[in-house]
Ligand binder design. Sequence first.
Ligand SMILES: Nc1nc2c(ncn2[C@@H]2O[C@H](COP(=O)(O)OP(=O)(O)OP(=O)(O)O)[C@@H](O)[C@H]2O)c(=O)[nH]1
Ligand SMILES: [Mg+2]
Length: 329
Amino acid sequence: MSTRKKKTRTRGDARTLDLDKILRSGEVRDETPEGFRSGFIAIIGRPNVGKSTLLNRILGEKLAIVTRKPGTTRRRLLGVLNTDNAQAAFFDTPGLERPASKLGRFLLEEVKAACAGADLALFLTDDAEGEVDENALALIEDAGVPAFLVINKVDRLKDKAILLPVLAKYAEDDGFRSVYPVSALKGDNVEPLVEDIIQALPEGPRYFSPDMTTDVSEALLIEEFVREQVYRLLHKEIPYAVAVKVREMERAGRSGLLHVEAEIYVERKSQRGILVGKGGNRIKKIGELSRTEIERRLGEQIYLGLKVGIKPNWRQKDAALSELGYENI
Ligand SMILES: Nc1nc2c(ncn2[C@@H]2O[C@H](COP(=O)(O)OP(=O)(O)OP(=O)(O)O)[C@@H](O)[C@H]2O)c(=O)[nH]1
Ligand SMILES: [Mg+2]
């Protein structure tokens, strides 16, 4: 990679998180020790390379949804890692690809926004020969962010020696600050990676109070966990045509049970039939599986009602995208 120009960067991500407000409100009473480090790290790469798996592994909890299908993540998600000496704010991002719809354009903007505010980018690939996508590289170059190359899924390699020439090649290249072969799935080499990430961050304050570890609201988490099960249970084009929206969320009076009503949208009537299944068996299964995952994450039981609606061609329509929350802030 060529040498990068240092650009003046704004924290695009921070704007959406209202970082200024958090700091002004004095919510962050920063009594950090000498040498405390903090900053933003964008995890980027082609679809399906394991970005969300890596975020979950680093945080030690399931925040981002993961499926076998490329194109799972649809927005930038913040996950904050707090240690005694550092606060590292990671952004998971959608897989980088040429946009084929208005939704695709939104996804690309999400990646750019994550990079614009970042102190460091983790450039993920699952190609053991370390081939990296030129468009993706251009993106981090444009943002002027230093980057690590992370070669994921090395657990799949029978012979790890295949990595040696790649490591040698990038050691001589001044484009990447470091190269890490890891397995996000198994956790191999992730700890040293995190240590090195922290060392690469500037000294700075805590941007988030230690109990704020994500910007994902409960409603968004529920929408994502339902969508994850749709991806897992259905194939071909259907998952991509799906969007989930929580319509109601309230605690029932005496029991205090969280009552959630969500709607799953598809683009066509035929897709609705497939999603609902014979006698409603598929939608029931989606409901059961996602409820279990949501309850595990929230640590409480919930009621989850699911309906299926149709929004023709929503991936190409600004109003529908905005209504579904796919809108760059
Ligand atoms: N064998 C192996 N599989 C992995 C590893 N990391 C992720 N995967 C699998 O790769 C698939 C995609 O993982 P994700 O984490 O959803 O990938 P992603 O880059 O976030 O994908 P998008 O959101 O679509 O861009 C899933 O089936 C994961 O289980 C790994 O280290 N080893
Ligand atoms: Mg993902």
